[in-house]
Write a protein that binds this ligand. Structure first.
Ligand code: AOF
Ligand code: ZN
Length: 371
């Protein structure tokens, strides 16, 4: 039996988990509420990899009162010794009588064993309450654990006539301050930001999260690191003085033969990570790139790139969400398209469905998913 009270506590646990949106990577966001009847005894969320898991924080708040109580956790409690000891064991030792887990942990070192551990110790287990919401909380962690690749968000800023820059390449700024702050938040929830060398050469972007521009983050845990910056750069043309290289934490993906060349060696000497992958006529082998980023522990990837790389991602059907910021301006018919995607007939059109539509100052933000 699941009642409204149980659902409300799990919803609260989801809210707590979301506080870790800028800080838990590569770990998932997890929240926990410990309650007896309608009384909350403890609350916790996972803040940072290496630090206490959500259950441990909630248990320490509840103290001895946890005996006989119910725990609501957004993810199956872990059963393994990772950077921290198993939460399932801690719940058993605290005497918790009933555990609600929204979803299984797809991590192969857990995946059901946490729930088994609880059941074997005589704890009642109820699985699946608000499961859909819990999966949506960690789309990247779930996807990486299940298929080894990050969840991909493609960001675009465009005009009313679907242009993303002038013919000269000039593009600052199409959208207003509110949309740009929203992009900062989007970067901050991402584990990595991918761009192409064309964008590096044309715009010299930093692709960093600037805390001051994030604005008020409410009760979220402070971002604990910059997202990894990733550059698709077949011939290692990224200038050693490029802004994006400052502060480190950069991986460049070039063509394998490029690895041995002088420009690549110079970048490696600066501490840049260099990876050789396959390139095809129309650009980088994106699947190989995504596999590699999955191995690096990237859960949520943000693609902020020019028309070539954006076109490749769309064409290869590798975008999970498209975030389109549209400004109420015309950039004119000589402006650059958001994506290079030459299509012949209406039958080739690439259809999307709108998940969310919002006004940000004068601009609108659409979040879309493949239809
Ligand atoms: C939980 N509660 O709050 C989180 C869990 O290296 P560790 O010890 O931090 O373990 C990381 C793994 O633990 C992570 O990959 C995921 O399977 C699980 N995360 N589990 O019971 C939590 N964050
Ligand atoms: Zn745990």
């Amino acid at each position: 039996m699941i009642d409204a009270q149980d659902t409300a506590f799990m919803a609260r646990a989801l809210q707590l988990a979301w506080r870790g949106r800028y800080s838990t990577h590569p770990n998932p966001r997890v929240g926990c509420v410990i309650a007896r009847g309608s009384e909350v005894l403890g609350e916790g969320w996972h803040e940072r990899a290496g630090e206490a898991h959500a259950e441990i924080r909630a248990l320490s708040q509840a103290g001895p009162d946890a005996r006989g109580a119910t725990a609501y956790v957004t993810l199956e409690p872990c059963s393994h010794f990772g950077r921290t000891p198993p939460c399932a064991k801690a719940l058993v030792e605290a005497g918790v009588a009933h555990v609600f887990a929204a979803t299984k942990d797809p991590n192969p070192s857990v995946s059901g064993r946490g729930l088994d551990m609880l059941r074997e110790a005589g704890v009642r287990v109820t699985e699946g309450l608000l499961a859909e919401e819990a999966v949506r909380l960690n789309p990247g962690f779930m996807k990486r654990m299940n298929v080894g690749r990050p969840y991909v968000r493609l960001k675009m800023a465009a005009s009313l006539d679907g242009r993303t820059a002038m013919a000269s390449g000039e593009s600052q700024w199409i959208t207003g301050a509110e949309a740009r702050r929203d992009v900062q938040r989007l970067r901050a929830i991402s584990d990595a930001i991918l761009t192409g060398v064309g964008t590096v050469l044309a715009d010299n972007p930093s692709l960093t999260v600037r805390r001051g521009e994030l604005g008020d983050i409410g009760d979220a845990t402070e971002p604990s690191r910059q997202p990894l910056r990733v550059i698709a750069d077949r011939d290692a043309r990224t200038p050693p003085g490029a802004t994006i290289l400052q502060g480190g934490n950069v991986q460049i993906y070039c063509a394998s033969p490029t690895l041995a060349t002088a420009p690549a060696q110079d970048l490696a000497a600066l501490g840049v990570g260099l990876n050789g992958v396959a390139w095809k006529d129309n650009g980088i082998d994106v699947r190989e790139l995504l596999d590699s980023l999955g191995e690096l522990g990237i859960n949520e990837l943000l693609v902020e790139a020019g028309p070539t790389l954006a076109g490749t991602f769309i064409n290869e059907r590798l975008v999970d969400e498209l975030w389109l910021y549209q400004a109420p301006v015309f950039l004119g018919s000589t402006g650059r398209p958001t994506a290079n995607l030459p299509l012949e007939s209406m039958a080739d059109k690439v259809q999307w469905k709108v998940l969310d539509r919002r006004q940000l100052g004068e601009d609108q933000r659409l979040i879309l998913a493949p239809a």
